[in-house]
Design a protein around this ligand. Structure first.
Ligand code: GAL
Length: 385
């Protein structure tokens, strides 16, 4: 009898652990952040207009709900009580008014601070030594999300700095999604799940094919640490920022979705091309990212620059991507033995970018031709279901 109770207790602890530390982020976060498109020059009008555009474009209905402000929103000096103050020129209405506006649209608002003395842009103070005070003011403004950066940290122990803010956020009593931005320097995947909802595994992404592909590879290494409540973060999306081709952006979005990465848009939502809209609104790909099983897909085979990335989904399904990173069109084969199911399993396949079911059923493998820098993405469903 005692053994059963011990077992049940252990199971409960395991479930509490696997659900994450504060119950948020059961699926990867979705929304927008200004930094990739507006690394400088951010002001409250852009935030308001972006919130409006997230509604009018229908993006919020697809799950893009966080509107996140990055570095450069605050004054360099705290007020006489030591509180952070919004920059009076660029955010004249203050963050509380902005949060009210974003909330009035049914969206959530995120903010940025730094686990050091100053933020990376050196334009505003960091939260080191002010963790509780800053968490309290964020909560009082109605903040729903904190991105917490790593500049000017004075060499203070990393886990200690990030844990302090985690506790401070929890203590406010407000549900605040906690996103570590420690750039993967001290393997945050190994300690992030206990204190945060996501953790950057890499340095900054750039709007560049090579930087995007190498960022994906770095994040891949940590796949087994992701799960409901806490996700690996290979940085925000560059789709729509103009320096990659449509097929490269399609690859970027597909791989991020399969890796269960945060889908944080980084383009100007107010003026998107039809190609950008087509990519970021692909519901079938978004559903892979938001699948309830919450298992990060990974690179399962590689022949030169021809790769297969795959992972399991709920209801005994699998998803996989044939990714051609070479300069020429090529045929790529996904083999069940690499993806997971037994060789003799028979599956129906759906092409998530063509939005069509393939006519045949498939046993053991699936082969297709893929253009240079493009990808094809599929879901396999057991043919008996
Ligand atoms: C970097 C961070 C970027 C952005 C920037 C702002 O450290 O990785 O995502 O937040 O700081 O200055």
């Amino acid at each position: 009898m005692k053994t059963i109770w011990v077992f049940l207790f252990a199971l409960l602890c395991y479930q509490a652990e696997s659900a994450g530390f504060n119950g948020l982020g059961q699926t990867p976060q979705m929304g927008w952040n200004n930094f990739n498109h507006f690394p400088v020059g951010i002001h409250e009008q852009i935030i308001r207009e972006t919130a409006d555009a997230i509604i009018t474009t229908g993006l919020s209905k697809l799950g893009y709900v966080y509107v996140n402000i990055d570095d450069r929103w605050a004054n360099l000096d705290r007020d006489s009580q030591g509180n952070l103050v919004a920059n009076s020129t660029t955010f004249p209405s203050g963050i509380k008014a902005l949060a009210d506006y974003v909330h009035s649209k049914g969206l959530k608002i995120g903010i940025y601070s730094d686990a050091g003395n100053q933020t990376c842009a050196k334009t505003q103070p960091g939260s080191l030594g002010y963790e509780e005070q800053d968490a309290n003011i964020f909560a009082s403004w109605g903040i729903d999300y904190l991105k917490y950066d790593n500049c000017h940290n004075e060499g203070v122990d990393t886990k200690q700095r990030y844990t302090k803010m985690s506790k401070a956020l929890n203590k406010t009593g407000r549900s605040i999604f906690y996103s570590l931005c420690e750039w993967g320097q001290e393997d945050p995947a190994t300690w992030g799940p206990k204190i945060a909802n996501s953790w950057r595994t890499t340095g900054d992404i750039h709007d560049d094919w090579h930087r995007m592909t190498s960022t994906a590879d770095k994040n891949d290494k940590w796949a087994s640490y992701a799960g409901p409540g806490g996700w690996n973060d290979p940085d925000m999306l560059e789709v729509g920022n103009g320096k990659m081709s449509t097929e490269e952006y399609r690859s970027h979005f597909s791989i991020w979705a399969l890796m269960k990465a945060p889908l944080l848009l980084g383009c100007d939502i107010r003026s998107m091309s039809p190609e950008t809209v087509e990519i970021i609104t692909n519901e079938e790909v978004i559903q892979v990212n938001q699948d309830s099983l919450g298992v990060q897909g990974k690179k399962v085979s590689k022949k030169g620059k021809l790769e297969v990335w795959a992972g399991p989904l709920s209801n005994k399904r699998y998803t996989f991507i044939l990714w051609n990173r070479s300069p020429e069109s090529a045929s790529i084969t996904a083999k069940w033995k690499d993806i997971g199911p037994s060789d003799d399993s028979v599956f129906k396949a759906r092409d998530l970018w063509n939005h069509s079911d393939l006519q045949d059923t498939f046993q053991g493998s699936l082969t297709s031709t893929v253009d240079s820098h493009a990808c094809k993405m599929y879901i396999l469903t057991p043919s008996s279901s």
